[in-house]
Design a protein around this ligand. Structure first.
Ligand SMILES: [Zn+2]
Length: 342
């Protein structure tokens, strides 16, 4: 298994690369010993941590392109100086019950913290630092976090700990303050699509899933064929409703018919809301086909109309989440959508 450069987060990766080069020029004691990689779930924080670990251990500082023996050991999570801990990674292919999911996410307790410290305090067997990567570090109990404090307050000089979390608020302030923070944003639609194509999805599938992903590969991967078909239908309805009032009734019917349409609808509406807000002056998301069209239209619209549309979408999302009569809610939205563009 070779280790590829993660997609996106260019500035963060450039910074990590130069930190690694700097450390290599003067010994690992120059490298900050504790890092907090924070940001939304599924945007590549953990992969970036693993990739950086490979660079810190690579004899060529990553110039091998992830193909050298050292980098391959890190990629396979079997490098003697790099270890990964935290809740077990989610198995994307397994259908997990709620209980199993709770068990997977069982809080990381003091035993795991102690094991981490024990392994980190051993001296590196190969050039470069000892590295621990903790995924979902926000799951650590306060006791487990307190146990880590010792190693955070008295750096060993040859060890680096990377805490990865989508919930930095769950970390103790004393732990947070010892860490250098890197804040990861969401990925662009193009970046999510590129990852999906890499994972074997067709270009068309990848595009649609990416457009609904809110910049998270994990979310995009949740969309199976059935889910994608539902989302395409919602998009189609939203677009068609603008043009043809006669299309509304059959579309409402088709949407309500779909078992999963409530979920799909909220999801796609969140996306639509992001686009509307973007045209109100926030940074526009990456344009994509067939979805870029909506942004172009919105860009030309009157701000008062856009605010009205955003409010209607928000209201619809709330109503759907409260199990309101889906037929009425969806019809109301599509009628309003039409009014917004006339
Ligand atoms: Zn290498």
């Amino acid at each position: 298994m070779s280790l590829r450069e993660p997609v996106g987060h260019d500035a963060i990766r450039a910074g990590l690369k130069s930190a690694a080069a700097f450390a290599a020029s003067g010994g690992s004691s120059q490298l900050h010993h504790a890092w907090l990689f924070a940001g939304p779930a599924g945007v590549g924080k953990f992969l970036t941590a693993r990739w950086w670990a490979s660079i810190l251990k690579c004899p060529e500082l990553g110039a091998c392109g992830g193909t050298c023996a050292s980098c391959r050991l890190v990629a396979g999570a079997v490098h003697p100086d790099v270890f990964e801990t935290g809740p077990a990674p989610k198995d994307k292919n397994a259908v997990q019950s709620a209980d199993e999911e709770i068990e997977r996410k069982r809080l990381v307790g003091i035993d795991q913290s102690r094991a981490l410290i024990q392994r980190l305090t051993l001296r590196p067997t190969r050039p470069g630092p000892r590295i621990a990567i903790m995924r979902e570090a926000g799951m650590m109990t306060p006791e487990a976090q307190n146990a880590l404090l010792k190693i955070l307050e008295e750096p060993l000089g040859f060890a680096v700990i990377i805490l990865v979390t989508d919930n930095p608020g769950a970390m103790l302030p004393t732990v947070r303050s010892r860490c250098r923070h890197l804040v990861f944003g969401t990925l662009s639609e193009d970046e999510v699509a590129a990852v999906l194509v890499d994972l074997g999805r067709s270009e068309a599938e990848a595009r649609t899933a990416a457009a609904c992903s809110h910049g998270s590969v994990a979310r995009a991967l949740d969309y199976d064929d059935e889910g994608l078909a539902g989302r395409e239908l919602v998009l189609l309805a939203y677009e068609a409703a603008r043009r043809d009032p006669l299309a509304i009734e059959p579309l409402v019917h088709a949407l309500v018919e779909r078992k999963e349409s409530g979920y799909a609808m909220s999801d796609i509406l969140e996306w639509q809301l992001a686009k509307v807000r973007a045209s109100l002056g926030r940074r526009p998301p990456e344009p994509s086909e067939p979805l870029g069209r909506a942004l172009d239209e919105a860009a030309a619209a009157d701000p008062a109309v856009l605010i009205g549309e955003a409010e209607t979408i928000e209201r619809t999302i709330v109503a759907l989440s409260r199990n309101a009569n889906a037929r009425l809610v969806i019809r109301d939205l599509l009628l309003n959508v039409r009014a917004f563009r006339l």
